[in-house]
Design a protein around this ligand. Structure first.
Ligand code: NAP
Length: 294
């Protein structure tokens, strides 16, 4: 079997077309969804993420409010800016780009965001609601993974899902989403990490295997069963002298070998990454809909 490659870029484009229509409807009601993006410091990777997020907003008609602060910004100044955005009726979503410079207290900053504007889904109130199955802003990467599965008609209900990686960003929220007693969930989920005794024994059982580790070749062909659906979240740089940059990006999965056994597989890049950005737009539009009473 050779896997069908899941095209995250194409699904993201399809979703953006849906968002443009939703934004147009909101504008007719007099509301333009607004996203405040706050970046502290001059980390080049963070700057490029923020620029892409702002470009995505423009593409679908979301107002993007750019706030780039110097690296020496104090905790008090940052929280004051968040409080200003919490009150601003033009702003429906607030995103603080992580990681923050070391002198800033990340959890205190995230707590300062109004949970109704927490479009990254990192506020403990949204985490709590997600865990108990209530409506909440869902973190963008795991939510994007669920959308990839749904839009490729993968049966999640009853599936054995194995997630390798238990970060607060990906593994834990994804496990929580997939065990909910609701449609497009109801999976049996196993979460693996560095203390897992026999990783392959778990991954071999998976109907859906998600690798969110950050290590090249964590998943090899002998670790998966025929027909598995593979979602590769990892983004790793490896040397490549044929590239101008001197490197290329690969995932956590040995893509060329595993695709010969899988039924569906995401590439890196072009799989999960575009969906993460897209789900931020989704959350911002949902926040604006809630603001106008839907
Ligand atoms: P993280 O916080 O570093 O977590 C990595 C997880 O992998 C940890 O739970 C760790 O276990 C586990 N792990 C590490 N080595 C392992 C091994 N040999 N066997 C089993 N488990 C192992 O990383 P993250 O933030 O979740 O990100 C993971 C990867 O996804 C990174 O490459 C990141 O760049 C990428 N990512 C991509 C997107 C996207 O949109 N495409 C979004 C987010 C992240 P312990 O808990 O025991 O340490």
């Amino acid at each position: 079997m050779t896997a069908k490659i899941i095209d995250g870029k194409q699904i993201a484009e399809e979703m953006k077309a849906e968002f443009r229509e939703q934004v147009a409807k909101l504008k007719k009601k007099g509301v333009t969804p607004g996203l405040a993006v706050i970046l502290v410091g001059d980390d080049p990777a963070s700057q490029s993420y923020v620029t892409s997020k702002e470009r995505d907003c423009e593409e679908v008609g979301i107002y993007s409010d750019d706030n780039r602060l110097p690296a020496e910004t104090t905790q008090k100044e940052l929280i004051a800016l968040i409080e200003e955005k919490n009150k601003d009726p033009k702003i429906h979503g607030i995103l603080v780009q992580l990681p923050l410079p070391k002198h800033l207290n990340e959890s205190e900053v995230l707590l300062a965001i109004n949970p109704d504007k927490d479009v990254d889904g990192f506020h403990p109130i949204n985490t709590g609601k997600m865990v108990s199955g209530e409506k909440a802003f869902l973190p963008c990467t795991p939510h994007g993974i669920v959308q990839l599965l749904i839009r490729n008609k993968v049966t999640i209900e009853g599936a054995d899902v194995v997630i390798v990686g238990r970060s607060n960003l990906v593994g834990k929220p994804l496990a929580n989403m997939l065990i909910q007693k609701k449609p497009n969930a109801n999976a049996t989920v196993t979460v693996c990490h560095t203390h897992t005794k026999n990783l392959a024994a778990h991954t071999k059982r998976a109907d859906i295997l998600v690798a969110a580790v950050g290590r090249v070749n964590t998943i090899t062909a002998d670790m998966v069963k025929d027909g598995v659906v593979v979602i590769d979240v990892g983004v790793n740089r490896i040397d490549d002298s044929s590239k101008k940059s001197g490197y290329r990006l690969v995932g956590d999965v040995d893509f060329d070998a595993v695709k010969e056994k899988a039924s569906l597989i995401t590439p890196v890049p072009g799989g999960v990454g575009p969906m993460t950005r897209t789900m931020l737009l989704y959350n911002t539009i949902e926040a604006a809909k809630a603001f106008v009473g839907r």
